[in-house]
Structure formats: structure tokens, C-alpha cells
Design a protein around this ligand. Sequence first.
Ligand SMILES: Cc1cc2nc3c(=O)[nH]c(=O)nc-3n(C[C@H](O)[C@H](O)[C@H](O)COP(=O)(O)OP(=O)(O)OC[C@H]3O[C@@H](n4cnc5c(N)ncnc54)[C@H](O)[C@@H]3O)c2cc1C
Length: 293
Amino acid sequence: MTIHRAIVARVQPLTATMTRVTLHGEGLTAFESTGVGDEYIRLFFPHGPDRSDISLPITTEKGWETPEGRPVAPMRTYTVRAVRPESREIDVDFVLHDHGVASTWVADAQPGDVLGVNDPTGLYSPPDDLAWQVLIADQTGLPAVARLLENTPAEVATRVIVELPGPEVVQPLPGTKVTWTYGGNGHEASRLAELVSAAIPAGTDMTGGYVWVAGETNALRTVRRYLRKELRLPATRFKVVGYWIPNADSWNERYEALPEAVRAELVALWDDPVVEEEDLTIRYESRLSDLGL
Ligand SMILES: Cc1cc2nc3c(=O)[nH]c(=O)nc-3n(C[C@H](O)[C@H](O)[C@H](O)COP(=O)(O)OP(=O)(O)OC[C@H]3O[C@@H](n4cnc5c(N)ncnc54)[C@H](O)[C@@H]3O)c2cc1C
């Protein structure tokens, strides 16, 4: 794992709520795309007002560490919307929302700004017999949906459903009929769970099928339970990825305020070698829900 230094080359507003930032740099020379459409990176932001001063972590066996005596760079997760190795560029599409390190940074982003970028990881992992797929996301998943579509072979039938704040921020996706639906995205309750159960009702023959869902984390707890517990899908037939947590600041505070024993119990929930990861996630998320998190 390498953390690269990247420089903003261009900033392009796509809609009123999404801005594309093109990152370039000698530091991206060794950036190794996985080629997977939803591959994500960690972006490291300036810790202070100087937009070119990034406290880049160093990589260690455990992952990465801030060098001693340096400030910790705030870190957020984003999708690689496009990669152009020949020009050592990547595009990242940022949702503009009320507040937050990344959203605030992108509102003022300009050529010359500096970010740290790590090597990407892809999550979309369709089964070998893929013949059809359903991609469902809110606005944060739109960059991944767009790239997944670009990468999907023509013979795979793809249905796309995207929840956006409103019709004014639709971004046409070439080659596929997209169902746009409005709400969620921090403005209203997300309907992602309803949209998934309507798109993949009980009794759906999943032969050749794959479901990929990304968006607001709480809505996706219901989605994961539905696909796994009600439809009884094997983990190879779906991927559900929580992209953002509503009221993240108070969520983190409430998590940190849990008694130490409860936090230890939450961590220990992952230590069950017999239970599959999807079921561990459901168990973990349902314990969080019990705790009001
Ligand atoms: C694998 C993965 C890929 C992702 N790809 C993208 C991507 O390509 N583009 C993208 O824009 N986001 C993407 N996200 C989501 C992004 O990481 C979060 O939205 C992140 O919280 C934004 O950081 P911030 O500093 O702006 O806000 P934070 O400091 O994290 O949060 C501040 C406040 O803003 C709220 N908030 C955060 N995100 C949103 C939102 N989208 N809408 C409304 N309110 C919000 C939080 O609930 C919190 O109350 C991805 C996440 C993951 C896990």
C-alpha cells in the first residue's frame, strides 16, 4: 500500500450537488488501478488552512501511520470515477453536502491544491455466470454506478436505480435506462430499502443475477438483512456497501461514549470463524441498532 501525493489539475462542476476533481501528479506514477468499477481510495486532506500542506501518512505493516510529530491528516473514502494512466490522472466526483472535511474542501478546490491518495480497492465482484444485474445507489454511489456501467459487457442486462436529491441533479448515464427517484441523500428518509425490495421481490430467480447497492448506511442495514435473511442469497449474489453515516459526528461521539466493555463486545462480534462475513455484519449492525447507533 502506497500513499501518493496528488495535485488538483482541474475542477469541473457536474451538477449543483456534484463536482469532479481531476488529480494528477508524479506521485500517482505507481497508482495501481484494480480496474474494478467501484474501486475506492482513501483521500487525505490538509489538516490546516494551507491547501498544499498535507501530512502524508507513511505505510507500515499495519496499514499507515502519521509520522511522529506531524498532524493527522483527515481521511475520507471516495470512488475512482476514471483512471488515465498515460497522463497519470484520476477523476473523483464529490457530492456537495452541508458540511464535512471533504465537502468543504471541494467547494473551494482549485488547481494546485494537494491531497494524499492511497492505492484503490474494488468491491464489486459478480459471479462467473453473470447474465443480469441490478445496481442501486444514492448520489454518493453515482460515480461507481457510472463506471460499473462503462465496464459492463453489452450482453449483461443491467437495471439501474438511483436516488437523488431532485431531478435538477440528474446526470445522464449513456447506454442504459436509469430509474431516477428523488429523496434521501440527507434531505429526507432514504427509500433505498424499498427500492431494493421492489426491484428484487421475494421469489426472484437469481440464476445469473447480481445485486450491487451503495448509499446511506442505515438504510442499507435493512437491505443487507432483506437480501441475506429474507431472500437467502449467497454472498456471491450481492454486494451492499454503506457509503456514509447520517449525523456522523454525533454517531462517532455516541460510539466513543459506549462503556469500554460494550465496545469490546462489538469488536469481539467479528471474531467468529464459523459465521460468514455477511452474517457477522448483520449481527454487528443489529447490535449497533439495539444500542441506538
Ligand atoms: C467505498 C466508498 C466510496 C465512496 N465514494 C464516494 C464518491 O465517489 N463520491 C462521494 O461524494 N462520496 C463517496 N463516498 C461517501 C463519502 O465517503 C462520505 O459522504 C463522506 O462522509 C464525506 O465526507 P465529508 O468530510 O464531506 O463529511 P463527513 O465529515 O464525513 O460528515 C459530516 C456530516 O455530513 C453528513 N454527510 C456525509 N456525507 C453525506 C452525503 N453524501 N449527503 C448528505 N450528508 C452527508 C454526515 O452525516 C455528517 O453529519 C464513498 C464512501 C465509501 C465508503
